[in-house]
Design a binder for this molecule. Structure first.
Ligand SMILES: [Zn+2]
Length: 432
């Protein structure tokens, strides 16, 4: 049995208390073998956690990882114009090679930020799955199905692509890759496609992930056309089963919040993207009070513009207080829970808690920075003061992905150079 020990630090427990303890990992099973004092003596590999906090790996519940290529390409525009004038024309020029390069860049960034699992909706997902395999993290992946701008046969073909990917790649990368059927949203995918493919996704045994209730512009047409709120329409289409999860949930009313709580479908809150695109403020405290499973996501890098769950946690707390008009709302513990166990539960990955027998997916946060001194409350630090650059080590499935800020699974220089070249070529094609 080969073992890994994280020694000399403090550990964030599932109840969000912190105590001094070592963590011993069985690298063959990828699980945590023990948490307690003096576990490092006989370990094969030791990671120093002195003056640091061992936390569950962060889980990015909603992303389009290859959009790192469009980071900083178009900013400061409303969602509709941003998509139609900048993002969609550029995405039309994406090649499989570009998507793989963008995915690797995003994965490099996420491993450095202590993210050990994520959900991703995009195109050429076999390339993304390969990059996930190399990077060593876990993921819930799906092809983004869109029917607007296509005739019905082309839309069916796109949905078939999504279904085939979900069937073929579920369990890939030694089980670290899981899949979902991912229709883009309720307004960009036709009713006929939902009617045909939701039952097929159920037969395939995969969950469904979509964008929902992101902007008011998306809610109004559904209410006008179908006479019900978007999530009532989603329920009629057979969506919102346990295991399903939606991104955003910004403009949800009380009926829809109850519907989410009743059905067990999760919500991935993406506060930075919602603020940047001025989409609105999700009623996060109301969702939590209703018992809805809420996770956190960065969304794509073009609307964030980074892939840090620590930034997202701070944003979630800040905007959650504003939305509730209550400084006690969306507290530090709430956002730390959302960034770890909440996201993991919503997207269905076995992660988010440090306890014996759990998968060894974890991050070690260096607490020595002046911005993390003194140490009154480390949960407060995670929510309000820590940054991605404070992450010292990242471990997933018992494997060391980053040691002393050096990513072991990806060649950082090569990944950055390749992504920069692909991004420059992409923009040139889009603008020529
Ligand atoms: Zn999105």
């Amino acid at each position: 049995m080969s073992t890994l020990a994280l020694t000399g630090g403090r550990v964030l427990r599932p109840d969000l208390t912190v105590d001094r303890a070592d963590v011993l990992v069985d690298q063959e099973t990828g699980e945590i073998g023990a948490i307690g004092p003096d576990l490092g003596d006989d370990a094969d590999t030791v990671l120093d956690a002195t003056d640091a906090l061992v936390t569950p790996g962060f889980v990015n519940g909603h992303c389009h990882v290859a959009m790192t290529l469009l980071r900083g390409y178009a900013d400061d525009k409303p969602l509709d114009a941003w998509l139609s004038e900048d993002i969609w024309p550029a995405e039309a020029e994406l090649t499989p090679e570009a998507i793989e390069a963008g995915a690797e860049l995003g994965l490099l960034e996420m491993v450095r930020a202590g993210i050990t699992g994520f959900a991703d909706m995009y195109f050429e997902m076999d390339r993304v799955a390969d990059a996930v395999d190399r990077a060593g993290v876990r993921a819930r992946l799906g092809h983004g199905v869109i029917s607007v701008g296509k005739d019905h046969e082309d839309a069916r073909e796109d949905a078939e692509t999504g279904l085939e990917f979900a069937r073929a790649f579920d369990g890939a990368a030694d089980g670290r890759v899981r899949t979902a059927f991912m229709p883009h949203s309720l307004t960009t995918v036709s009713e006929a496609i939902y009617e045909e493919f939701v039952p097929k996704a159920r037969d395939a045994g995969v969950p469904i992930h979509l964008h929902a209730n992101e902007t008011n512009d998306e809610v109004t047409p559904i209410v006008e056309e179908h006479g019900v709120r978007p999530l009532e329409y989603a329920r009629e289409l057979g969506l919102l089963e346990p295991g399903d999860f939606l991104a955003h949930g910004v403009h949800v009313d009380e009926t829809e919040i109850s519907l989410l709580a009743e059905t067990g479908a999760g919500v991935i809150h993406c506060p930075a993207s919602n603020m940047k695109l001025a989409s609105g403020m999700a009623p996060v405290q109301a969702l939590l009070d209703a018992g809805v499973t809420v996770g956190l996501g960065t969304d794509g890098a073009a609307s964030n513009n980074d892939l840090s769950l620590l930034d997202e946690a701070r944003d979630a707390a800040m905007i959650g207080k504003l939305a509730a008009d209550d400084a006690a709302a969306v507290a530090a513990a709430d956002v730390v829970e959302m960034a770890t166990a909440g996201s993991a539960e919503a997207i269905g990955l076995p992660a988010g808690r440090l306890e014996t027998g759990a998968p060894a997916d974890l991050a070690v946060i260096d607490l020595s920075g002046p911005h993390l001194t003194p140490h009154h409350d480390l949960v407060s630090h995670l929510a309000y003061a820590a940054a991605a650059s404070d992450v010292r080590h990242t471990v997933c499935d018992g494997r060391v992905l980053m040691r002393d800020r050096d990513v072991r699974t990806l060649d950082a220089d090569r990944v950055r150079e390749r992504a920069a070249a692909e991004a420059a070529a992409l923009v040139e094609r889009a603008e020529s």
